[in-house]
Design a protein around this ligand. Structure first.
Ligand code: PLP
Length: 411
């Protein structure tokens, strides 16, 4: 395990995030909603302004200087992202609006080409809605079945059930690396190896993993991976679909339009090569550039160091919270990361969240786009505190005080 950031280093790094200095209701903000979206450091904010102020132009289309500068910066970002997730080729990095669009792309294009009546798609019971609904849509269209790997009471996938469900009808497996509602880190290496033994491709939802630790798509041998820039200190509305070149070449385009074609006539259109085949229309140019800046920022700190620092804070928070008998943890996997989902006695999570908010603590409340998870636990939702490297033990202590105060009112 790598060194953690010192208190002084965190203090210095926090200065890069102007939003962390603001107050809410006259109190200093404690931002514990990082799993929903992380805050953005100054180099990311500056990169967006610089693009629009100094070299705003469309990409891949102009010989003029501004267009070349924009194209260079845009493609430079693709290179940084490829290195960040250890992709073999830059062309395996497809720019999308985010995890959601990336999964929709695979569900739609893969489904069109490879799903038939009687086939099935295997997902898990802890998926975000964005890794459920796109598969439901295509399964309905193709008369295929959606099968679901269950989890145990601690929120760990039942791998014995996975083995049974992975039969010859399965044409693709789509699972999350880390659950955004439970914090469980799933054994994706094992899932991929077992699926590959049967020649079944695997899509990994990397939305909650990529912000926290190094993810190598080559080491995992993932066929597809989706993730979002905004959870990794980058801009909203921008994300990535990683796909193995061989798979991406086999899939039909997702959308038609400019950029994704080589030539168009009314008789026949020839599609562009990778990655452009999947990037119809003018892309989010500043989004790509700003995500590149976010990756530079993370690399300067070191993702291993970020992981170790966040893990230390998670353990600190868990240990302190375990001392409060009114807290019920939802999700207690042995292998977990980044977040804590909980309830306060019988109090509704919205009430708890509101009372924490009034004390300056921003946590998430609700079903976290995982209604099936809440149904399994038979609860309306949870309160979720999720951490980033810029969070501190003092902030955790403030949340604990706020929880005690909320308990006195609610219980
Ligand atoms: N998958 C997981 C595990 C998530 O946590 C999220 C966002 O919360 C998503 C998918 C959807 O990401 P986006 O809304 O950026 O497309």
């Amino acid at each position: 395990m790598s060194d953690i950031l010192s208190k002084q280093e965190i203090k210095e790094l926090r200065k890069d995030f102007p939003i962390l200095e603001r107050t809410v209701y006259g109190l200093p903000l404690v931002y514990f909603d990082n799993a929903a979206t992380a805050q953005k450091p100054l180099p990311v904010l500056d990169s967006i302004e610089k693009y629009y102020r100094e070299y705003n132009a469309n990409v891949h289309r102009g010989v003029h200087r501004l267009s070349q500068e924009a194209t260079d910066a845009f493609e430079e970002a693709r290179k940084k992202i490829a290195v960040f997730i250890d992709a073999k080729e830059e062309k395996e990095i497809i720019f999308t609006k985010g995890t959601t669009e990336a999964i929709n792309l695979v569900a739609s294009s893969f489904g069109k080409q490879f799903l038939h009546e009687g086939d099935s798609v295997l997902i898990s019971a802890m998926e975000h809605h964005s890794n459920i609904v796109p598969w439901q849509i295509i399964c309905e269209e193709k008369k295929a079945k959606l099968k679901v790997i269950p989890f145990n009471e601690a929120g760990e996938l039942r791998m014995d059930e996975f083995d049974k469900l992975l039969d010859d009808t399965v044409k693709i497996v789509a699972v999350t690396y880390i659950s955004n509602s439970l914090g469980t880190i799933n054994p994706v290496e094992e899932i991929i190896a077992k699926a590959h033994a049967k020649n079944i491709p695997v899509l990994i939802d990397g939305a909650q993993a990529t912000p926290h630790f190094p993810v190598s798509v080559q080491k995992l041998d993932a066929d597809f991976m989706a993730f979002s820039a905004h959870k990794i200190y980058g801009p909203t509305g921008f994300g990535i679909l990683y796909g193995k070149e061989a798979w991406l070449n086999k899939l039909p385009p997702y959308q038609g339009g400019g950029e994704m074609i080589k030539s168009v006539s009314f008789e026949k259109t020839i599609y562009n090569e990778l990655p452009f085949k999947f990037e119809a229309g003018t892309p989010d140019i500043s989004g790509a550039i700003a995500f590149g800046a976010a990756i530079d920022y993370i690399n300067n700190i070191g993702i291993e160091k970020i992981h170790a620092t966040e893990n230390a804070l998670l353990q600190y928070a868990l240990q302190k919270m375990k001392a409060l008998p009114q807290i019920r943890f939802i999700g207690e996997a042995k292998n977990r990361s980044g977040l804590i989902s909980f309830l306060l006695g019988a109090a509704h999570p919205f009430d708890t969240g509101e009372l924490l908010d009034k004390q300056g603590i921003a946590v998430r409340t609700g079903h976290h786009c995982c209604q099936p998870v809440m149904d399994i636990f038979n609860i309306p939702g949870t309160v979720r505190a999720s951490f980033a490297f810029y969070n501190t033990e003092e902030e955790v202590d403030r949340m604990l005080k706020a929880i005690e105060k909320a308990s006195k009112i609610l219980l």
